[in-house]
Design a binder for this molecule. Structure first.
Ligand code: SF4
Ligand code: SF4
Length: 276
């Protein structure tokens, strides 16, 4: 968000470079409708920039998960990216604002990606802030810069509350993909989840209802749990965007997304895409 407000011209420059490199004919800058200031700033930057034909700004409904490639394509272009394929296979490329800004930095100013904007947020942070930090900075340094965490803090998450990964070691460095660090309180995690009172699946079907990719999360998670990666693959585990909606809704407190993420790692290892 801050990037759009403070570096709109750089983002537009990066978008034009990406447009040229990919050979695409039309660009849509999609911004959630709860960010009217960003929409205004980006629109003004676009109008002030020459050669912006076929580039437009559009507001999209604010809902979760909306930022994923497949969800954006469905929402804006009304196109479906078939399971097992990627957006370029249907002629679409998605670039986020941080990447667009980084493209401009690299191509125009010949500067490699050494820093990025990281949002440190959550009810348990003394001074929530947007920081321009060097890649490799330990999480603890960023938290210290933000005045530390309060006694209510219960979990430090690399990423957002739904898709992020909880970290146990605050010496962990940020990477080029770390957009945020979220500090959750015990109340936010929820008493039952905090105490890990997981029960058996009651077959309510809520996880199927909320899955934006129309998957069967309980079936996939169950298959992973019992080492049946073949069944997980038959149920399109790779199409999971790890949005966390299934875990969030599950009344039995089953960490469906956790099982699915683990299954994807196992499958990647089996296919020798990842080191042990
Ligand atoms: S995390 Fe769960 S709800 Fe989200 S895409 Fe994956 S299976 Fe579906
Ligand atoms: S939401 Fe939870 S309890 Fe309901 S079917 Fe899915 S895994 Fe089972």
């Amino acid at each position: 968000y801050r990037l759009m407000l403070e570096h709109s011209r750089q983002i537009i420059a990066g978008i034009k470079l990406a447009k040229k490199a990919s050979g695409c004919t039309k660009v849509i800058i999609a911004i959630e409708d709860n960010k009217p200031r960003a929409i205004k700033v980006m629109y003004a930057a676009l109008r002030a920039s020459s050669g912006s034909e076929n580039i437009s700004v559009t507001a999209v409904k604010t809902k979760y998960p909306q930022g994923g490639e497949r969800q954006l394509i469905r929402s804006i272009l009304k196109k479906h990216v078939p399971t097992g394929t990627i957006p370029p296979m249907i002629g679409v490329v998605i670039v986020n604002v941080a990447t667009a800004a980084a493209i401009a930095e690299a191509v125009i100013f010949d500067r490699p990606l050494t820093h990025r904007v990281v949002t440190v947020t959550g009810k348990a942070v003394a001074k929530p802030s947007n920081l321009y930090a060097a890649i490799g900075t330990p999480v603890k340094d960023l938290l210290e810069f933000c005045g530390g965490v309060t006694e209510k803090s219960a979990k430090v998450v690399m990423g957002g509350p739904m898709m992020g990964i909880a970290i146990a070691d605050l010496n962990m460095p940020i990477t080029k993909t770390t957009g945020s660090i979220t500090i959750l309180t015990k109340d936010q995690i929820g008493k039952a989840k905090f105490e890990r009172r997981q029960t058996a699946c009651i077959r309510c079907g809520r996880c199927l209802e909320v899955c934006p990719e129309n998957l069967n999360p309980t079936k996939i998670a169950h298959a992973v749990k019992y080492g049946r990666l073949d069944i997980a693959e038959d149920h399109y585990i790779s199409a999971c965007i790890e949005c966390g909606c299934c875990s969030f809704i599950c009344p039995a407190q089953i960490e469906l997304t956790g099982h699915i993420k683990t299954g994807k790692i196992f499958i990647a290892r089996e296919k020798k895409k990842m080191p042990e």
